[in-house]
Design a protein around this ligand. Structure first.
Ligand SMILES: C[S@@+](CC[C@H](N)C(=O)[O-])C[C@H]1O[C@@H](n2cnc3c(N)ncnc32)[C@H](O)[C@@H]1O
Length: 377
């Protein structure tokens, strides 16, 4: 394998002067404020506000994770039996070459073996030997969008994607925005969502995980700290969400930085080698994707046989099912905002099956739904 690792000029000079002065000023102000305002503690808030309606949330699903040795982790899910997670192979095998060119999907190469970690991608460059295109890492993340490096081409995504690129939204996301999902959408709160997610991910613990559309990394950070995965890829289209994720990681003492990388990519063009990923998680994101079917098809392509996809969103069913012209209203909302509102569990399952995933399971809490599906072995 050919490996190329070079130092880069400052990230700003590559990007060109596309940002307006106003945006720059806003980003600076927010950057300064964000260093003094911590994210809101979700745990306390969710315990106070969320009423749970399904028995599954009433059970104590607390999971204790203990490292049994360097290659095993013991997961105790109360009140059931402990689960022994076997990590196969050496640590370099676990961190196999998963990154691919978003243009041709051939593997990207780096010089030497810097491994994949936040520190190693900073200022690095990765080469696609087929397209002869180089992708760069800046101070916070690796840009693996197909258009990265374009000098004159500018692209505007639907509103549901562009909204999250704003510095203010990225700043506010874990400081109140995400908590509103519990009040408005029945989301049980990050702690419970994390426990439920881990239950669905049991078959792939010890492998790598992509936290797709990670936002400011709420779940990516939990995955990394849990020690249950060999590598966590925090992936989002928003540069500012990724910057915020990096700030949170930097602020946290003893954060395991060697197990996580931050990648900018479009969900419909995932920069991973086919069949190289053990798990994909997508929290509160499917409804924001420009094309859920293109995205789930991509997820299906990158998952290895037996790999697991877990996602959360909300459903407008129950009493909403009786709203006249709901499908037409949905169509109009989609055309304006780019958001896809799902109307039933069946619709979500159908989407997964149409994209080659099987064994769909849903867990509900009011409008909130968590769906898991598996890539056939
Ligand atoms: C509501 S946030 C969810 C954040 C986080 N996963 C959570 O559970 O709170 C939706 C995220 O989807 C991302 N997103 C929207 N369109 C995307 C696209 N085309 N590709 C990748 N991410 C996208 C946004 O940038 C945003 O961070």
């Amino acid at each position: 394998m050919v490996h190329v690792l070079t130092s880069l000029p400052a990230a700003d000079s590559r990007k060109g002067k596309t940002q307006t002065e106003t945006k720059k000023l806003m980003a600076t102000v927010i950057g300064n404020i964000s260093s003094v305002i911590p994210p809101i503690r979700f745990g306390n808030l969710s315990r106070g506000l969320v009423k749970t309606h399904t028995p599954i949330f009433k059970r104590n699903l607390a999971v204790d994770v203990r490292a049994a040795s360097s290659s095993t982790a013991l997961v105790e899910t109360k009140p059931t039996e402990p689960i022994l997670v076997e990590n196969e192979g050496s640590s370099s095998q676990k961190k196999k070459n998963i990154l691919a060119c978003p243009v041709c999907y051939d593997p990207l190469s780096t010089r030497g073996d810097p491994g994949l970690s936040i520190e190693s991608i900073s200022g690095s460059s990765l080469l696609c030997g087929t397209c002869m295109k180089t992708y760069f890492g800046n101070d916070t993340h690796l840009d693996l969008t197909a258009a990265s490096g374009a000098k004159n081409y500018g692209e505007s995504m639907p509103a549901s994607t562009e909204l999250f690129r704003a510095p203010l939204v990225s700043f506010l996301y874990e400081r109140g925005w995400r908590q509103s999902f519990s009040i408005l959408g029945g989301f049980p709160g990050p702690e419970k969502e994390f426990e439920l997610t881990k239950n669905f991910l049991k078959p792939v613990l010890g492998g790598n995980i992509v936290d797709a559309s990670c936002g400011s990394g709420l779940f990516s950070r939990l995955f990394a700290k849990s020690g249950l995965f060999s590598l966590v890829v925090a992936l989002d289209y928003s540069e500012n969400m990724l910057k915020q994720c990096y700030e949170f990681i930097k602020q946290e003492e003893n954060f395991p930085k060697e197990n996580i990388i931050l990648v900018r990519a479009d969900i419909s063009r995932l920069p991973f080698v086919s069949h190289s990923i053990d798990a994909v998680h997508a929290g509160a994101a499917i409804h924001c994707w420009p094309s859920p079917s293109a995205a789930v098809a991509e997820i299906s392509r990158v998952l290895r046989p037996g790999g697991v996809f877990v996602a959360t969103t909300y459903l407008l069913d129950g009493p909403f099912a009786f709203v006249p012209f709901l499908r037409t209203i949905r169509q109009n909302i989609r055309q304006i905002s780019g958001s896809q509102i799902f109307l039933s569990e069946r619709e979500l399952e159908d989407l997964c099956r149409a994209c080659g995933l099987i064994d769909c399971k849903c867990t509900r809490n009011g409008a909130f739904v968590m769906i898991s599906a598996t890539k056939p072995s």
